[in-house]
Design a protein around this ligand. Sequence first.
Ligand code: NAD
Ligand code: LMR
Ligand code: MG
Length: 618
Amino acid sequence: MGIGNTLRLSSRMLHRRILYSSARSFTTTEGHRPTIVHKRSLDILHDPWFNKGTAFTMTERDRLDLRGLLPPSVMDSEQQIQRFMTDLKRLEEQARDGPSDPNALAKWRILNRLHDRNETMYYKVLIANIEEYAPIVYTPTVGLVCQNYSGLFRRPRGMYFSSEDRGEMMSMVYNWPAEQVDMIVVTDGSRILGLGDLGIHGIGISVGKLDLYVAAAGINPQRVLPVMIDVGTNNEKLLKDPLYLGLQQHRLENDEYIEVIDEFMEAVFTRWPHVIVQFEDFQSKWAFKLLQRYRSRYRMFNDDVQGTAGVAIAGLLGAVRAQGRPMLDFPKMKIVVAGAGSAGIGVLNTARKTMARMLGNTETAFESAQSQFWVVDAQGLITEGRDNIDPEALPFARKTKEMERQGLKEGASLVEVVREVKPDVLLGLSAVGGLFSKEVLEAMKGSTSTRPAIFAMSNPTKNAECTAQEAFSILGDNIIFASGSPFKNVDLGNGHVGHCNQGNNMYLFPGIGLGVLLSGTPIVSDGMLQAAAECLAAYMSEEEVLKGIIYPPISRIRDITKRIAAAVIKEAIEEDLVGGYREMDARELKKLNEEELMAYVENNMWSPEYPTLVYKDD
Ligand SMILES: NC(=O)c1ccc[n+]([C@@H]2O[C@H](COP(=O)([O-])OP(=O)(O)OC[C@H]3O[C@@H](n4cnc5c(N)ncnc54)[C@H](O)[C@@H]3O)[C@@H](O)[C@H]2O)c1
Ligand SMILES: O=C(O)C[C@H](O)C(=O)O
Ligand SMILES: [Mg+2]
């Protein structure tokens, strides 16, 4: 069409064009008309017709009571699809360089989908097959899940409190639909297993821990709440990833950080005054501070510091018994610990206290206990000669002169320390995979123990300080071996089998939580943690321990958890801290004999059975 023709567009055509365009704009307006929904909160997220997932805008989240039920980052639909496609494509990569069980993530997805559609059935499957599926919903696969969380994120589970929610937490906590919450596991994502800062993706660890609370301790799944507190991340990869679901800012520090955690604690304890909060995978610089800040004010504990310590003590006492010696010989053990973070220091403090108690609890007993430990961190052996020593590690710093006599100096390497000390136990909580190298394990051959023990406790599997195969093949089947993530027993030929123990805080935290809940204690005391550890230590028979089996198999986790809960309640009674639980008041609780106490615990453990449902109009 020439210019002239264009100019001569008939008025009829022009009219038609205008009509067409106005019809289009009319259609568009129609498309923007709001959809009326008769639902709010999780009911919307669980409805495929209305759910937009992370694409709900902040105003919509506020309008529909969704605040806190989704990660804080708002995505558009293009970004959502990009995330979905990245995940889909990752399947191929995983088949190539995935974990030792190439189906682990696929199994996790299938279990997770079941979790989304039928909780009762999910927990029935999990409890009946706990040995097979704990490594899927818990370590090591949970680590992989967190690392791939952006792609795996489907239906949100739990609550997200971010630093953007300051001033709002007290009200948004009411967006959680359950009237009662018994157990919260909270993380800030700053140190997930040995995988470092995973930011908001760390929520997977809270979900995994609570799965064990339900499966092992029989906490009602309707009363658990996984929480992620997003104060930013220092993980540069996440900070640069446009599809990251969390706040793209560096972590808050100092008072700003504490104010966020304070507000969260106040909010959850205001709505649910009897809730128990388990702190999980906070970097050590905050783990200790927050524990001290809250432990006498709230029902809370730190699993990495306190749960790990109890499990390690139980294992160390097992290692003494495995030598055919009485537990009271524990204070004679020489222990080299690699790693002085939240877990390592937690273990050291408790081990020292246990030894000191065995030696009479005097000042000399404490000093004598202290001299049984050699601590090696990223900078080598910790001595008093170190500049800027971490105050938490200070009590375990060795005296320079004494070390000189032993042929060691500040910063000595792990292999040097093992060679000189010839320890009974080598315990790793360093998060460094392969730290117990061939050289280090060879040096352990010089151990003066009749049955040396190797505890490679870092998680997940790739961060273990050594594999079971490496330990047994170098040191033989006489050793005691425990690892944080599960390893299969090692066939050493000629009918010899190296037994692998799983030294993981999963043997303690569910029982601690359950005992605290059912006792109604307002705080989690050192005595309760000690009672829990002693219960675990005493659980294994003489015969098992002599075979090198120092922890129960995970198939017995529900039974051990029940006993630990009873031990915690007993201790709460001793300390006069019981408050009772539901219809069992403190006075009644104190009257229970051993058998009745066990029955009380058992009767209060949830089991996955379908209840009869009856409809009732509001
Ligand atoms: N098995 C369990 O139940 C259990 C429980 C808690 C933590 N963990 C594991 O323990 C590990 C550490 O956790 P954390 O919270 O203490 O971490 P953290 O980051 O606070 O501490 C790590 C420590 O290891 C030290 N370290 C680093 N490189 C080292 C090296 N080459 N040699 C010796 N030490 C070295 C660091 O200096 C630091 O002291 C993680 O892998 C975690 O999964 C296991
Ligand atoms: O989560 C685990 O498996 C144990 C422990 O809490 C850890 O941080 O590694
Ligand atoms: Mg942990």
